[in-house]
Design a protein around this ligand. Structure first.
Ligand SMILES: *Cc1c(COP(=O)(O)O)cnc(C)c1O
Length: 469
């Protein structure tokens, strides 16, 4: 007799065969990811069309669904969790953090309120205090756990907006911008695109940004920062997305504090420098800022998605994110939704907690310093092969160029096609560059050397082709 939907699903939960099947595929993936082609082959990408079909009319078979996903999805995935993916700024994944995610997936917790998930609330609270300690932030700093830096930046700037207007007796939540006093926004020329997006979303207007000029590394030149006052938001950067450079927090925060301006630091991947003895000179003075945004899923290597807003003005953050006053009813325990724009949210702090507990202070230091050392290594080895390195490798980012833009672009394409490693492109100072971002704990010295060989082979091919055209 035909089973009902409910009977089928009870059966699946009881038998657990589909979870074993998923586990087998996942373990097989882990066994091959270090050696497989880093980017999917053109055939694997073409096969993705196997997913294009009509919405099924009737109930499916879970085992067959998993099988299809493994057959066509696995080969088309990008090997982020291996050691030779250097594109964008993407992290790998810490095994303990991943394992904890599997367990908590079965819990399916919602972190909106303490009462909905006491365990998620507690682990957010613990993670918040550990983050303060690790990053050297003041005791009153609170954290909101969001999807990534895009949203964390938005939240930090929303808190700034709330506070500055409030200081002018203007409740922005109720009154909006019509007739509002002026709030100024100052950002470096090299501010990340997500900073600009947050400024637009918050209604400040991109055309109203007062840009501070930057130096050859992309750092704000302190003398180029316009006069600050109590109605200004100054946005700084810990880790330029191309060069990895850090603004001079000590000097700029000091200046902003004196003027009673609000400082937000976009530290998506770079804020973690504060947790490395070797690198914490880069973030000196950052604790004087008012809000911060940082990712778990980049440098810290938690699974996606994981971003954190940190703010030393709890009232501003919680009021900014919850326009309706009735929500601002603090329970005795942590209610996660007060610190984020969302109400329902997955319990991503569980993986963050696991990563921090597993690594400890020493482990975070070793991870962050290790990424830097591998970045320095690839810079040196590429230089020895006559590639140009265009930035000071202060963190994990390396900007590479060949003798001409044409050769650079063609070389990058051949590297990508080789499957040996994956790097993306950008333009830096008007020049085409290859961007190398060392972000995974899994990258070894051997991976670096193997990748440098792929660069050399790709450049030979590019030079040869361009000579023959
Ligand atoms: C990646 C990045 C962002 C955006 O972070 P997401 O987690 O992708 O939303 C913002 N700023 C900088 C400097 C980044 O590197």
């Amino acid at each position: 007799m035909r089973k009902t939907l409910q009977e089928k699903m009870f059966h699946e939960m009881e038998q657990k065969d589909i979870f074993r099947q998923a586990q087998n595929y996942a373990f097989d993936y882990a066994d091959h990811v270090l050696e497989r082609n880093v980017y999917p082959t053109p055939d694997a990408i073409a096969d993705l069309d196997m997913f294009v079909e009509k919405l099924p009319q009737s109930m499916g078979n879970a085992a067959e669904i998993l099988e299809q996903l493994n057959q066509y999805g696995t080969p088309a995935s990008v090997a982020h969790t291996g050691g030779r993916y250097f594109g964008f700024v993407n992290g790998g994944v810490i095994p303990a953090s991943l394992a904890v995610r599997w367990l908590s997936d079965f819990w399916d917790q919602n972190t909106a309120l303490y009462v909905i998930s006491p365990v998620a609330s507690k682990l957010e609270e613990v993670s918040e205090s550990w983050l303060r300690e690790l990053l050297g932030l003041p005791g009153k700093v609170v954290a909101g756990f969001v999807s990534g830096s895009s949203l964390a930046i938005f939240c930090g700037l929303a808190a700034a907006r709330y506070r500055i207007f409030q200081n002018n007796n203007w409740d922005i939540n109720k009154k909006g911008f019509c007739g509002a006093p002026k709030v100024r926004v100052v950002a470096g020329r090299q501010a990340h695109g997500t900073v600009v997006k947050a400024i637009a979303l918050l209604g400040f207007g991109i055309d109203n940004i007062e840009w501070a000029e930057t130096d050859a590394q992309g750092r704000i030149i302190p003398s180029e920062v316009p006069e600050l006052d109590e109605s200004t938001i100054l946005i700084l950067q810990a880790g330029n997305v191309s060069s990895g450079a850090f603004d001079s927090f000590d000097e700029l925060c000091e200046k902003a504090n004196k003027a009673h301006a609000w400082v937000h630091i976009d530290g998506a991947f770079g804020l973690w420098a504060a947790a490395s003895v070797l690198l914490n000179h880069l973030t000196k003075g950052m604790e004087k800022a008012d809000s911060f945004s940082v990712d778990g899923h980049k440098t810290l290597n938690t699974p996606y998605d994981s971003g954190i807003v940190l703010c030393n003005d709890k009232e501003a953050l919680t009021n900014a994110l919850h326009a309706s006053g009735s929500y601002i009813a603090y329970s005795e325990n942590r209610d996660g939704m007060l610190y984020t724009p969302e109400m329902s949210r997955r319990a991503r702090a569980i993986e963050l907690w696991a990563a921090l507990k597993y690594l400890g202070k020493e482990g975070v230091d070793e991870l962050v310093s290790g990424l830097h050392q591998r970045a320095v290594q690839i810079g040196q080895e590429l230089k020895a092969e006559n590639f140009q390195i265009l930035n000071d490798v202060v963190f994990n980012q390396v900007l590479v160029a060949c003798d001409s833009d044409k050769i650079t672009v063609q070389t990058m394409r051949h590297i990508q096609e080789s499957g040996e490693c994956w790097v993306g492109g950008a333009s830096w100072d008007g020049k085409a560059v290859i961007r190398v971002s060392v972000c995974s704990w899994a990258t070894t010295e051997g991976d670096i050397t193997r990748s440098v060989n792929a660069f050399v082979t790709a450049r030979n091919k590019a030079v040869h082709e361009l000579r023959n055209t």
